[in-house]
Design a protein around this ligand. Structure first.
Ligand SMILES: NC(=O)c1ccc[n+]([C@@H]2O[C@H](COP(=O)([O-])OP(=O)(O)OC[C@H]3O[C@@H](n4cnc5c(N)ncnc54)[C@H](OP(=O)(O)O)[C@@H]3O)[C@@H](O)[C@H]2O)c1
Length: 297
């Protein structure tokens, strides 16, 4: 009998990619977007999951705009933390594993070297705190559950940082990007490749796992590399030099961000025997193979 996977957040950047990957692996897939199951509404979660019998629930949905979360703490707590606990409780009763996607924002950025899975969490924002509480509640519901922490995600299913930067660089106006915040840009394609053995049922893991492309950079360095790749691939760029600014210069930042939140994926590499590609390889492939065909004249 084929494995039944439920994808929560099936229309998001990662959820869409997971939906495709689980389908391609021959799973029966139940794809849930906000319309099918609203995480802000406990009754909706109960009613939707009650009728389903599944092996794995991939929980990608969340309020992910950190400044919006900072201004809406009650809604954030409901969607990002309470809903996770409800889903984990129902799934535990069914004997199903929940794989929950979390974030580098659970850390305060003071460590200044790669964060490990068992490092102390100390979120600086409402978003980070809601995800840290969700992690705790999820792991408290079943020893088989898994938290996967990601950082700076980009990919085909939803425009993000590379699209924003390249869009700006196609214009004539100089612009600057924050140079005092560091982590690892991570390509959804590489996350899905890393998850493939789990999707295929060849590899089981529980607890906490960091999953990021290798290497560390600042937002400004990430931006500059996106633009360098764009120039190389023939995208018409007018502003090829990205200037630097500080986090404190960005007046629209309401939430505090950790200055350094790069995470080590060593546990994943030891358990799976696979290594994550370097972030520049991911960005290069994304710009060349996906963005350039759309943006070249
Ligand atoms: N993006 C990053 O840089 C990053 C970094 C680290 C960790 N993560 C974590 O990785 C996960 C996946 O990220 P992503 O970039 O794929 O996120 P995304 O594209 O923003 O997708 C999140 C999904 O959650 C859904 N959602 C929001 N509120 C909901 C609600 N009340 N009920 C049901 N669904 C709701 C959204 O639906 P609508 O489209 O209808 O709003 C959206 O499809 C998230 O949990 C995030 O915290 C992301």
């Amino acid at each position: 009998m084929s494995k039944h996977s439920v994808i929560v957040g099936a229309n998001g950047r990662l959820g869409s990619a997971l939906r495709t990957a689980c389908g391609a692996a021959g799973h029966t897939v139940t794809a849930l977007g906000r319309r099918e199951m609203d995480l802000a509404d406990e009754a909706s979660i109960n009613a939707t999951l009650e009728t389903l019998d599944y092996d794995t629930l991939w929980l990608t949905a969340a309020l992910t705009n950190v400044d919006y979360c900072e201004n809406h703490p009650d809604q954030t707590e409901k969607v990002n933390a309470l809903a996770v606990e409800t889903i984990a409780r129902i799934s535990a009763q069914k004997g199903a594993q929940v794989i929950f996607f979390s974030t580098d924002y659970v850390f305060d950025g003071e460590k200044k070297e790669l964060y490990q899975e068992d490092d102390h969490t100390h979120p600086l924002s409402v978003y980070g705190a809601s995800k840290a509480r969700a992690e705790e509640r999820l792991l408290g519901q079943s020893a088989t559950n898994l938290v996967i922490r990601l950082s700076w995600l980009f990919g085909e299913n939803k425009p993000g940082f590379p699209e924003w930067v390249i869009g700006k660089a196609m214009g004539d106006e100089a612009f600057s990007v924050v140079a005092n915040r560091w982590a690892s840009p991570t390509y959804t394609h590489d996350v899905i490749s890393a998850l493939q053995p789990m999707i295929d049922g060849e590899f089981e893991v529980s607890g906490i796992l960091h999953l990021c492309n290798q290497g560390v950079c600042s937002w400004q360095e990430w931006a500059q590399y996106c633009v360098d790749c764009a120039v190389e691939s023939g995208i018409p760029i007018h502003t090829s030099n990205i200037e630097s600014c500080l986090m404190s210069d960005i007046k629209s930042f309401v939430a505090r961000r950790p200055a350094y939140s790069a995470m080590s994926s060593e546990r994943y590499q030891i358990l799976s025997g696979q290594t994550m590609p370097y972030w520049k390889q991911g960005v290069n492939r994304y710009v060349n193979d996906y963005l350039a065909p759309q943006l070249k004249k």
